[in-house]
Design a protein around this ligand. Structure first.
Ligand code: 5AD
Ligand code: SF4
Length: 340
């Protein structure tokens, strides 16, 4: 065995048994070569089995507006991009949610750009109308808002919130987010936890200048914040963006990051992300075998979906595909308890 492999195994063991590990240990695990990475994936798979069993949770996502006031350098629907903009009418959002429910899926994820047209009043109306549908869990993914608004949405019936930190590196964060501050994003995440949302975060793998230590720091931050849901996906270039010519993120590094997150944040829901499946054949299958236990299905009506291109060639995962992947992973569909 090479000296490096020994160090990797030692770090992996420390993390696995929750001993006093450091960010350097976590980075070392992320730097594992292919030959030794199986030990990481197997460890993550075991923890997933112990904590969650074989169930894979499905979520139905509705991309209800692609208007956005921000200009994140990696994103295809950033404000500066000349694309077809849409806002789904409320009735169509409700209709899409009904499809999700009829497919036996209990959780609706409402995702949009940062769209101020969806002001507190409109959002509350939408949330209340959705909530009238018996037994639906509502997840919001609509970006940064102030404390009062987050609290208002919770009170109206929203249950969960996804707000990715994207990276906890101050340097990288400010380089790719011209309109945002890392401290404010962190504050929003803290509020969401305080208000009582099931709290979701996540990061992008392959941002310019990002090192294994940066990713390890993200994962330790997720743990610190007691995140309930953590979505980790590779960077994929989007046309007409400042990062259009950057190479895509490594799917191997993404899988290692998912596995390490499973070891460190054992009880978190971890999606096998659409971005991973977009970049690599069987990417979601591999993620399910490396600690992931959630798949998000796209229920955006086709006439809108074609304009929600946050990155190039984005795949839309359908129910049939997901079921096949779940079966091939030797897992089963987790049915969720309906509360009404
Ligand atoms: N590559 C990968 N992920 C991206 N996102 C946005 N643009 C890209 C891209 N080019 C992700 C961000 C955001 C989520 C909605 O999509 O993580 O939070
Ligand atoms: Fe807007 Fe989100 Fe894209 Fe940033 S990542 S430009 S906030 S949709």
């Amino acid at each position: 065995m090479q000296a490096l492999d020994k160090d990797f195994l030692k770090a992996l063991e420390k993390i696995q048994y929750g001993k006093n590990y450091t960010v350097e240990d976590a980075a070392l695990v992320l730097e594992a070569e292919r030959e030794v990475s199986a030990a990481l994936f197997e460890a993550a798979d075991r923890v997933r089995e112990q904590v969650f069993g074989k169930g894979v949770y499905l979520r139905g996502i509705i991309e209800f507006s692609n208007h956005c006031q921000k200009n994140c350098h990696y994103c295809g629907i950033r404000a500066a991009n000349k694309i077809n903009r849409y806002r789904m009418p409320q009735e169509e959002i409700i209709e899409a949610a009904r499809h999700i429910k009829n497919a036996g899926i209990g959780t609706v994820v409402l995702q949009s750009g940062e769209d101020p047209w969806w002001n507190p009043e409109r959002m509350v109306q939408l949330i209340k109308n959705l909530k009238d549908m018996a037994g639906i869990t509502i997840t919001l993914s609509i970006g940064e808002r102030d404390f009062q608004e987050y609290a208002l949405f919770k009170k109206a019936g929203a249950d969960r919130f996804l707000l990715k930190i994207e990276t906890t590196s101050e340097k990288i964060f400010s380089a790719v987010h011209p309109d945002d501050q890392l401290s404010q994003r962190m504050k929003c995440s803290k509020w969401l936890g305080e208000i009582g949302y099931m709290n979701g975060s996540g990061c992008i793998i392959g941002l310019p200048g990002q090192t294994a230590t940066d990713i390890a720091s993200d994962i330790l931050w997720f743990k610190d914040m007691k995140m309930d849901m953590i979505g980790i996906g590779p960077f994929i270039p989007a046309q007409n963006t400042p990062l259009a010519n950057l190479a895509p993120g490594s799917t191997f590094m993404t899988l290692k990051a998912v596995a390490l997150t499973r070891l460190i944040c054992q009880k978190a829901f971890l999606p096998a992300t659409t971005a991973l499946e977009t970049l690599e054949d069987e990417g979601q299958l591999k993620a399910l075998k490396a600690g992931a236990n959630v798949i998000m299905l796209n229920f955006t009506p086709p006439q809108y979906k074609k304009d929600y291109n946050i990155y190039n060639n984005k795949k839309a995962i359908g129910l049939e595909n997901a079921l096949k992947t779940i079966e091939r992973a030797g897992r089963f569909l987790q049915m969720e308890v309906q509360n009404k």
